[in-house]
Ligand binder design. Sequence first.
Ligand code: 48F
Length: 256
Amino acid sequence: MLDEVTISKGIINAYFKKITNALELDVAIVGGGPSGLVAGYYLSKGGKKAAIFEKNLYIGGGIWGGGMMLNEIVIQEEGKTVLDDFGIKTESYESGYHTADAVYVTSTLIHKAMGAGLKIFNLIAVEDVAIKDERVNGLVINWGAVNKLDWEVDPLTVKSRFVLDATGHLANVTETLVRKMGITLNTATGGIIGERPMDAEKGELHAVENTREVYPGMYVCGMAANAVYGGYRMGPVFGGMLLSGKKAAEEMISRL
Ligand code: 48F
């Protein structure tokens, strides 16, 4: 006989054990899109304690929808090396271009990242960072629903040695840090430059180049990196997102 209260207790106890264990991390990743998932995979494989906080119910960010909801993505040669690490099969299209089913790619990124030990907290939004001695040292979190409804509920805090802003086009965490601290970033203008229009070739290169520590203790990757440093957008070609996540993980691993 199934007992409903035992089911409830199981969920509550398992969740609280999981989140309590994630209150002190090596890397706290904000955003569960492709760049954040790939970073989480390599960090976990490298033996680091990492978790993703994603405000939405679903994980995967903008990858599920392919290009304009045609759920296929394009990957170029260098990006394919990351998919190879995940064991994800692609189809050759033309020389230098590969296609892959967006749902298959997204679900496998999630599956392999969690298999490597990454913890994922969906439905949790990051509303701020924690600062100590002019260095980012954690995240301020709240329920995604509370954030969406704009309710005034006080948050909780997660401590981490590094934060990774993988929030996509809005560069949400970096934007919050700049707005609240009035800091000067290591960008050409000292502020968030903003994403440029479409240029797939440049955008892909920029996503990787722009992946770096944007403020002591905080890295930025994926489209957030292009938004902060003024890189071009690239649309549904995903190699840059994957390589950016990998680069962020490798740089942080070398410092942990
Ligand atoms: O946008 P997203 O997929 O970021 P990405 O990893 O990849 C970009 C591509 O999908 C695509 C592209 C490349 O071809 O241009 O757009 O850079 O995923 C970002 C995730 O961050 C979450 C958001 O819901 C999404 O799933 N997110 C954003 N702000 C917050 C957040 C926040 N404050 N707290 C938690 N999650």
